[in-house]
Design a protein around this ligand. Structure first.
Ligand SMILES: [Zn+2]
Length: 555
């Protein structure tokens, strides 16, 4: 039986909220999510999410809750920590004193894509309260069910109207700053993604990150689609493991054990002709699953099928998350070994054999060697003069076996350096490097060093604002020089586990780096004249001994 009750809770010691919450009568019964309690016609407000978490806390000693971020509209973003016993602190994992694998699942990053939020709440409840589930003793599961509370609470039936349900509406895509959280992986301008990086990735260091979304796609039968990290500047073995081993295994379990079909994520190469294949071109690290890949960790982008009804989407997402956890239980040691070795490979990338001795600056998509199969429908296409073709789905089912353009191939590269001198003293530079968790050093005495400088020849802003930025297109030439760097100059080595990330942020020609995101605009362009100031990042192409001190280190 469902009752409405009004109550006041003090959540996580920060906010007291008056909540209008759905709950089920009887203290011993499992609480229902808003999706379940409403007969799959509604999704939770953030207050209802917090209330549900409170119910779980009352019912289980194996749930801890941290606040991973505070949104600009003042809402806390709760992070659920599930495990029996509850982990004392992240340090016990770093020191090797707790053998459990840590997995992090987040949902509702785009708050119109709500089924992940409901599935995550169901999953947290069932892990904690259903004795038949095997995860609680063997894994530490971190869950952020509502990663975008400000977007979530703008629930309206007018949002995402192409999506069949929930009929009472869903939230909006951006956060409270009108920013897309899934484009913020590099510039870290949102409290939600800063919280993710600092309080989840740096602090808990999960081996696997799952990010739950809904497609905007075409018609097929599979309710779940998925893809792993794609960026070739990340560890190639992580990319291959996810693509060739883990995700096919999870898809197999999902069908066999949970009766749910799935397929690799992608959009049609040509909307008018599905036989031309699918592609996924979102390979830059601004997309969070690619960002996690750059950090040598596993990541899964879960994209549930938009045209499935709400209940199907929630239950399919729930099953997908279960299948992922099942796989992690079975392959826990393999995953731990893989990420540890990826850290070592990244820290040792400088000076290793080609092609890992190259940093890639531009890319093209090519099909993978193996085709993929999905259960689609025949389409009727009417070409129209001067506008998009009219595409109608028919009821005639059709199995498509097609090329899958998900191999991101480098088109241009530069030598991967040993490190970077940073001559900009703008405090925002040190701040963002610290937030990402990079080790940063500083010269204690002046140093004359052979470096490669980048001379900007052309700097053009994009024609359209994107995420509040006129993103730069930068051209230039490299030159070798001896240069004196004063005491106090910052130095970032790539010989650290996050070395791949350091390069993606700092390389002058990085396609998603700080230069592109306008961090160096003030430094690059003088007040007068048409020339450019020296690019404030100098590439160091061989190891140097120099007097320096560590000013920031994550651990
Ligand atoms: Zn999305």
């Amino acid at each position: 039986m469902i009752i409405n009750k009004t109550k006041t809770i003090g959540l996580i010691g920060t906010l007291a909220l008056t909540l209008q919450a759905y709950s089920i009568a009887g203290p011993k019964e499992k609480p229902l999510t808003v999706a379940e309690a409403s007969g799959f016609t509604a999704t939770s407000t953030h207050a209802q999410v917090l209330s549900f978490i409170q119910d779980l806390r009352r019912m289980s000693p194996n749930l801890k809750v941290e606040t991973m971020a505070q949104t600009v509209e003042g809402r806390p973003v709760p992070l659920l920590i599930l495990g029996r016993p509850g982990p004392k602190s992240p340090d016990t994992f770093r020191l090797g004193n707790d053998p459990r694998l840590i997995i992090y699942i987040q949902a509702n990053i785009h708050a119109g894509e709500v089924e992940g939020k409901e599935a995550c709440l169901m999953l947290a409840r069932d892990i904690l309260l259903d004795p038949k589930l095997p995860y609680l003793d063997k894994l530490v599961v971190l869950i952020a069910p509502d990663f975008n509370p400000d977007g979530n609470d703008k629930i309206s039936p007018a949002n995402r109207r192409q999506q069949p349900g929930p009929e009472k509406g869903v939230g909006v895509r951006p956060n409270g700053q009108n920013l897309d959280l899934n484009r913020d992986g590099m510039k870290l301008e949102t409290p939600e993604v800063r919280g993710l990086v600092e309080n989840v990735l740096n602090r808990w260091d999960p081996a696997l990150v799952v990010d739950c979304h809904t497609t905007n796609g075409f018609y097929h039968e599979e309710p779940v689609t998925y893809v792993g990290p794609l960026n070739p500047n990340g560890d190639p073995q992580i990319i291959e493991f996810m693509r060739d081993k883990m995700l096919p295994a999870v898809a197999g379990r999902l069908e066999k054990d949970y009766g749910t079909l799935s397929m690799p994520y992608g959009d049609p190469h040509d909307m008018t002709d599905l036989s031309k294949g699918l592609e996924t071109d979102a390979y830059q690290p601004r997309f969070l699953t690619n960002y996690v890949g750059l950090r040598n960790r596993l990541a899964i982008l879960d994209e549930n099928y938009v045209y499935a009804d709400y209940k199907t989407r929630v239950l399919a997402c729930y099953s997908f998350l279960r299948a992922i956890l099942d796989d992690c239980l079975q392959n826990s040691q393999t995953i731990k070994d893989l990420v540890r070795q990826a850290d070592e490979r990244a820290a040792g990338r400088f000076g290793s054999a080609a092609p890992s001795s190259l940093f890639h600056t531009s890319f093209e998509l090519q099909p993978l060697p193996d085709k993929i199969t999905f259960q689609g429908f025949e389409q009727e296409v009417t070409l129209r003069e001067g506008t998009f073709p009219l595409i109608k789905k028919t009821d005639r089912k059709k199995t498509y076996t097609v090329d899958y353009y998900a191999r991101v191939v480098p088109k241009s590269s530069v030598r991967f350096p040993w490190g970077y001198f940073l001559t900009s003293r703008d405090p925002s530079l040190l701040a963002i490097l610290r937030t990402h968790g990079l080790t940063v050093e500083r010269l204690t005495q002046p140093v004359k060093a052979p470096v490669e400088s980048f001379r900007t020849t052309e700097l053009r802003p994009a024609e359209r604002l994107f995420q509040g930025h006129w993103m730069n297109k930068i051209k230039g030439v490299y030159a070798s020089e001896e240069r004196e760097f004063p005491a106090g100059t910052l130095f970032v080595t790539t010989a650290q586990p996050l070395g791949n990330l350091a390069a993606c942020l700092l390389e002058p020609e990085s396609d998603d780096g700080l230069a592109v995101w306008n961090f160096f605009d003030r430094v690059l362009v003088p007040e007068w004249g048409r020339s450019y100031e020296p690019f404030p990042v100098f590439r160091v192409l061989r190891p140097l001994t120099m007097p320096k001190e560590t000013i920031w280190r994550k651990d």
